[in-house]
Design a protein around this ligand. Structure first.
Ligand code: NAD
Ligand code: DAU
Length: 350
């Protein structure tokens, strides 16, 4: 196996921490550098089990800090980058779009420039892997699936910033010959997800007997994928994906929000030993998200056919693992929901 020097950005976040763990545990001959600014969404407690591994180094830093990033590339001479660092929550992007442009667009540009400056005209055995989202494709109607060839049509400031960064990655490939790959994935769920996103927010609210704020009529559809299966897909694409190509990653698992919330309520009642139907009573319909995309659904047949990837757990299994994890990690949940989380929650849901 070749030795590699891999920069993973955003590795203290939800998906990033699962990717870092998989790479550190599986590739002892790789040097893995995890660069993360530790924003509200980044948490080193996600990685305590591997923090002392000999092939792992954590660096605290901001991808928008150009001199710092250039010095980091100079020091470590990364041959590959797996770029996950981002502002990732749609509701926050509606309140503060500029923060999303700074990190997701400018931050990505600074990484691209540092990578290009380091390897100039000799990109042999190099790779810039951009982790992106299905939201760049916009919204589907009641039928159809997002394919890799679907035109970009982003609707939220978050998805517009991710679409923009995807375009820049592709442009660096076309213009400068930089080897890259992009994956566009559907909604992830699983352990260590910050409780601002639907599933962990509702788990936390059920635990605390708080209302479950369903946006609009709840008839919005998302395709859900267990986070470890996303990390496995990233590993496959990193090693076997075709350079200059895009792969859609999804769970083959569409749910209307309201149906998902009812399933979650049923599983929570069982896990908490509460009376059947008690969590469902917490469902509260609230004002809709502006520009709310109706439906996302991924056609993941390309990654399935070309690389043999498919999800390893069913949704019911993944949801059970997730619920059990949150119930067994009360300290983690309490620590991330104290302080600034309360201010965010008041502003978003009052
Ligand atoms: P997250 O919000 O949980 O984590 C983001 C991480 O990036 C955090 O650790 C944060 O500290 C770090 N970060 C933010 N700004 C930074 C900066 N300026 N410099 C350095 N680090 C910074 O996000 P996530 O859900 O794990 O998503 C990771 C990536 O995957 C994002 O690029 C996101 O767009 C993409 N994605 C997410 C999903 C999903 O369902 N969560 C689905 C598809 C794609
Ligand atoms: O599709 C991939 C994307 O999935 C990722 O790129 C994003 O980073 C990630 O945040 C996620 O975006 P969504 O907006 O789909 O996820 P969220 O969990 O915020 O919302 C899921 C659905 O649930 C959506 O239709 C809005 C709804 N919702 C969400 C929240 C937080 C509610 O009804 N109430 C809520 O309180």
């Amino acid at each position: 196996m070749t030795n590699r020097n891999v920069l993973i950005t955003g590795g203290a976040g939800f998906i990033g921490s699962h990717v870092v763990r998989l790479f550190v545990e599986k590739y002892s001959n790789y040097k893995i550098i995890n660069l993360d600014a530790l924003t509200y969404a980044g948490n080193l407690e996600n990685l305590t089990d591997i923090e002392n591994a000999p092939n792992y180094t954590f660096v605290k830093g901001d991808i928008t800090d150009e001199p710092f990033i250039n010095a980091l590339f100079d020091k470590y001479k990364f041959d590959s980058v797996i770029h996950l660092a981002a502002e990732s929550h749609v509701d926050r992007s509606i309140k503060d779009p500029l923060a999303f442009v700074k990190t997701n667009v400018i931050g990505t540009m600074i990484l691209l420039n540092a990578f290009k400056a380091l390897w100039k005209d000799n990109f042999t055995d190099k790779l810039f892997y951009h982790v992106s989202t299905d939201e760049v494709y916009g919204s589907l109607g009641e039928t159809g699936l997002f394919e890799e060839t679907t035109s970009y049509d982003p609707n939220s400031p978050y998805s517009a910033s991710k679409a923009s960064s995807d375009h820049f990655v592709r442009a660096y490939g076309e213009t400068y010959g930089m080897p890259y790959v992009i994956t566009n994935c559907s909604n992830n769920y699983g352990q260590n997800q910050f409780p601002e996103k639907l599933i962990p927010l509702f788990i936390n609210n059920i635990i605390n007997h708080k209302p479950l704020p369903v946006y609009g009529d709840g008839n919005y559809t998302r395709d859900w994928l267990y986070v470890v299966d996303h990390a496995i897909a990233i590993d496959l694409v990193f090693h076997k994906g075709k350079q200059g190509d895009t792969y859609n990653i999804g769970g083959f698992n569409e749910w209307k929000n309201i149906d998902l919330v009812k399933l979650l309520c049923q599983q929570m009642d069982v896990a908490l030993g509460r009376e059947k139907g008690s969590s469902e009573k917490l469902i509260t319909y609230v004002k809709d998200r502006p520009g709310h995309d109706l439906r996302y659904a991924i056609d993941a047949s390309k990654i399935n056919k070309e690389l043999g990837w498919k999800p390893s757990v069913t949704f019911e299994e993944g949801l059970k693992i997730t619920i059990d994890w949150y119930l067994n990690n009360e300290d983690w949940l309490n620590s991330v929901t104290s302080g600034s989380y309360q201010t965010y929650y008041q502003k978003q849901y009052s």
